[in-house]
Each structure stands twice: as structure tokens, then as C-alpha cells.
Design a binder for this molecule. Structure first.
Ligand code: SF4
Ligand code: SF4
Length: 431
């Protein structure tokens, strides 16, 4: 009964959100999916039209609505362009939860999301086993793109050139940290994020190098969990609530001024999605969630504000590698951060920064979208590769581990041996 009441109240709030769409179609021109398929049902306006009649559609064709909603990268390009301020990504996530609650999650999804992903200790134990066994089913890692392929057909990997899991994840390289600031620098909490922890531990190590060089205080509790985007994208409000409660509990134990992440998706989710979803899923936490989301900052924004970049030394290098920058959708379109990464790259005297065409075009991963619609994800990703190649860059920098995975995959699939690096790694090298 309680869950039916919640379902109805979420439907009501969704209808309020939908009412402001005036069907102008301006979202069409920026949707990376529509650019490939030319299907009106793929663009935000088409999806919102379906959701407008969700009460009826839930009775008539709930699976059809769920399928249409899953065809979305959740990139936020539509909401960034929308003149009416329609928050499409929030609407799509809320709708996914409504539909999953109505249809029920499959037993396998329920197991993975609620019994593994939402329980950080168990999640990491299982990933440790995968990390130890991966050499049996993955090829040798390419030294430049650092990707491997499946030796046998594995449905989850398919033809992807994947980044293997780190043999030693970040959480086993560094213990939990609590250290006060050395100077009048801020006290900073670090939200690591699953992909950085398990696939790109050097990004987290670079963050710590940068924070130590500035003299900030550091609070990094390793009991922290996933930001919740994968479970939200799968429509699981229960798993999201569990993760949110754990993260708020862990980060409420110490006082800090800022919460820093090097993952564009984690930053966007904590800042924009946590408050909206907390209001629906766990209103008792709303105040703490809003406090934390206000303190959350992407590492590039933090560096520009607190990194004393003007003190960076300048050396004349005769041969500088060219570096270009891919804007993660969640950083540029959701949070409006695009100048800061360029400012940092322009200050690195070991590199010459070159802009690629369409730098803010989506990379095409979109989380589970990339797994479910590999061909579409590849078509979008190949556009990005053409633009990277056109820039003449040797290195591709970005600020999101998920984009790094997709860029390395697409570059490797097309035989382009270019390094893909997080901007904080390039900056930390300089220190
Ligand atoms: S979502 Fe925004 S841009 Fe798209 S049709 Fe509605 S009002 Fe127009
Ligand atoms: S979130 Fe991205 S893929 Fe989804 S409808 Fe909007 S622009 Fe298209």
C-alpha cells in the first residue's frame, strides 16, 4: 500500500515536471542519439510525449515505455538546450523508477543492484575475484591504449576493447585518510567513485598528490559507496536509497568544507540528482543531502579556485605533445564546467593544447546504454574519434572515467594509438 502511494505521488510529481515542455523540438538538434537514428521517439520531446500519458501507458504497454526510455544516454544535452528549463534527465530517471516499481525488477537485476552494488563491501569482494580471474578471459593489455579484448565471446564485453580492472584497486593502495589542513586551505572530503577506484586508481592518486601539494585537509573514508547512477539508471529506487543513506552516514562523520570528485558523473549526480531523488526516496535525509551537494565540486573547478595555478612554472619545451580535450556531458552540459579544464591544459607547458571539433559531443557510452546498444554507442563514439584525429592531438584529456573507457575503446577499435588521460593526471605529473 505504501509503495502504491509512493508510486502515485511520484507520478504526480512527474506530471508537474512534464507540464512545462512546450514541444518546441529544440532538443532534437542536440540529441546524439537522434543524430544517428532520426527517430522522434529517441529525442527528449518524443520520450516526454510518451511519459505525458504514463498512467495510461503503464496499463497498455509498460514494457514498450521501458524500452523507449532505455534508449537514452542520459547525457543531458536536451536539458542544456531546452528554453523552458525541462529537467529531462531527472524526469527520465524518475520515470524509470516508476516503471520498474510497476513492472518489478527481474530477479537477476534485483540481485546485482540490491545485493551486490548497494552493499559496498560485497561489491568490492566480488570485483577482487574478477580482477584476479580476468587474465584468463582477456587478451594482453595494449601498452598505449591500455585496453584488452575478450578471448572468447562474452556478452557483457562483446567486441569492446575494455580497460581491465586494476590488479590492486585504489582502496587497497591507500588507507582511509583523515588529516587536518596544513595551511589556511580548506578541509576537503574525497569522493573516489567506483570506476576511478577499480579501473583508474592513478587518477585518485593524482588527486591526493594535488591536494597534498596545496596543503588541504583530507577526509577520505573508504567505506563510501557508489554515487548511485547505475542503480538509478536501472530504475531501482530502493538500491539508490541504500547507497545514499550509507554515503550520507559516512560523510557526516567529519566536518569538511568541500567534497571533491574527479568523476564528472559522480559530481553531477551528487550535485543535481541526489537532492531531487532524496526528496522522493528519503525525505528525512534531504537537508543533509542538500548540504553535501552544495559543497560538492569537480576537481578541475577546485584546481582553478584553490590550486594557485598562477604559481605553475613555465619551461620552454622545444617538442611538446599535442593534447586535446573531450568535454564530459555531465560536466559541461549538466554543470556548465568547460573553461576550467581548458585553463589547466593551457597552463601545462609540456603540452600544446589543441581544440577538437565538436569537443562537447557525447562520447556515446551512457552507462548501460553502451552495453545494450553497442552499435549505436559505436556510431556515436566513432564521430568522436574522427574529431580527435582531426585535431592532430597525441593525447586526449578528459575529466570523467566513463568517457575515458569509451574513448580508449573507440580509439583502439579504430587502430588509433593515442593516450587517454584524466586532466588531473596530467596536472599531477607537472608537480
Ligand atoms: S524538452 Fe524542452 S527543448 Fe525539448 S520539446 Fe520540450 S520544451 Fe522544447
Ligand atoms: S539525455 Fe541525451 S540521449 Fe537522452 S534524449 Fe536527451 S539528448 Fe537524447
Amino acid at each position: 500500500m505504501a509503495s502504491l502511494r509512493k508510486l502515485i505521488s511520484t507520478l504526480d510529481s512527474l506530471e508537474d515536471d512534464l507540464a512545462i515542455c512546450m514541444r518546441c523540438g529544440m532538443c532534437q538538434s542536440v540529441c546524439p542519439l537522434y543524430r544517428e537514428t532520426r527517430l522522434e521517439t529517441d529525442v527528449a520531446r518524443g520520450k516526454l510525449t510518451i511519459l505525458d500519458g504514463l498512467r495510461r501507458e503503464l496499463l497498455d504497454n509498460p514494457d514498450g515505455v521501458a524500452r523507449r526510455l532505455r534508449r537514452c544516454l542520459l547525457c543531458g544535452s536536451c536539458q542544456a538546450r531546452c528554453p523552458s528549463g525541462v529537467k529531462s534527465v531527472e524526469i527520465f530517471l524518475k520515470a524509470r523508477i516508476i516503471i520498474s516499481e510497476y513492472n518489478g525488477l527481474s530477479p537477476i537485476k534485483r540481485l546485482i543492484l540490491r545485493k551486490i552494488l548497494a552493499i559496498p563491501r560485497r561489491f568490492h569482494r566480488i570485483l577482487n575475484i574478477f580482477a584476479r580471474c580476468q587474465k584468463f578471459f582477456l587478451t594482453e593489455t595494449d601498452p598505449v591504449t591500455e585496453t584488452s579484448r575478450a578471448r572468447i565471446f562474452l556478452p557483457l564485453i562483446g567486441k569492446r576493447h575494455i580497460k581491465p580492472l586494476a590488479t590492486i584497486p585504489f582502496r587497497e593502495r591507500v588507507p582511509s585518510i583523515y588529516q587536518p589542513p596544513r595551511t589556511d586551505a580548506p578541509m576537503v572530503a574525497v569522493f573516489v567513485g567506483c570506476l576511478i577506484d577499480r579501473v583508474f586508481p592513478s587518477v585518485a592518486e593524482s588527486m591526493l598528490t594535488v591536494l597534498n601539494s596545496i596543503g588541504t585537509g583530507i577526509y577520505m573514508p573508504l567505506e563510501q559507496g557508489c554515487c548511485g547512477m547505475p542503480v538509478l539508471a536501472s530504475g531501482d529506487g530502493v538500491a539508490f536509497q541504500n547507497l545514499l543513506r550509507q554515503n550520507i552516514d559516512v560523510f557526516s562523520r567529519k566536518r569538511f568544507d568541500l567534497l571533491i570528485t574527479a568523476c564528472a558523473t559522480c559530481t553531477a549526480v551528487i550535485k543535481e540528482i541526489w537532492p531531487v531523488m532524496a526528496a522522493v526516496e528519503c525525505p528525512d535525509l534531504l537537508k543533509k543531502v542538500c548540504d553535501m551537494s552544495e559543497k560538492t565540486m569537480d576537481i578541475t573547478e577546485f584546481l582553478v579556485k584553490y590550486g594557485h595555478l598562477d604559481k605553475i612554472s613555465e619551461t620552454a619545451y622545444s617538442e611538446r605533445l599535442k593534447v586535446t580535450y573531450h568535454d564530459p556531458c555531465h560536466l559541461r552540459k549538466t554543470l556548465g564546467i568547460w573553461k576550467e579544464p581548458r585553463k589547466i591544459l593551457n597552463l601545462l607547458d609540456t603540452y600544446e593544447f589543441v581544440e577538437m571539433p565538436d569537443a562537447d559531443g557525447c562520447c556515446g557510452l551512457g552507462g548501460s546504454f553502451g552495453l545494450e546498444y553497442d552499435n549505436l554507442s559505436e556510431r556515436i563514439g566513432l564521430r568522436k574519434v574522427r574529431n580527435i584525429v582531426a585535431s592532430g592531438a597525441d593525447v586526449v584529456a578528459t575529466a570523467c572515467p566513463a568517457c575515458m573507457i569509451q574513448l580508449a575503446d573507440m580509439l583502439s577499435r579504430t587502430g588509433n594509438s593515442k593516450l587517454v588521460k584524466h586532466i588531473v593526471e596530467l596536472y599531477a605529473d607537472k608537480l
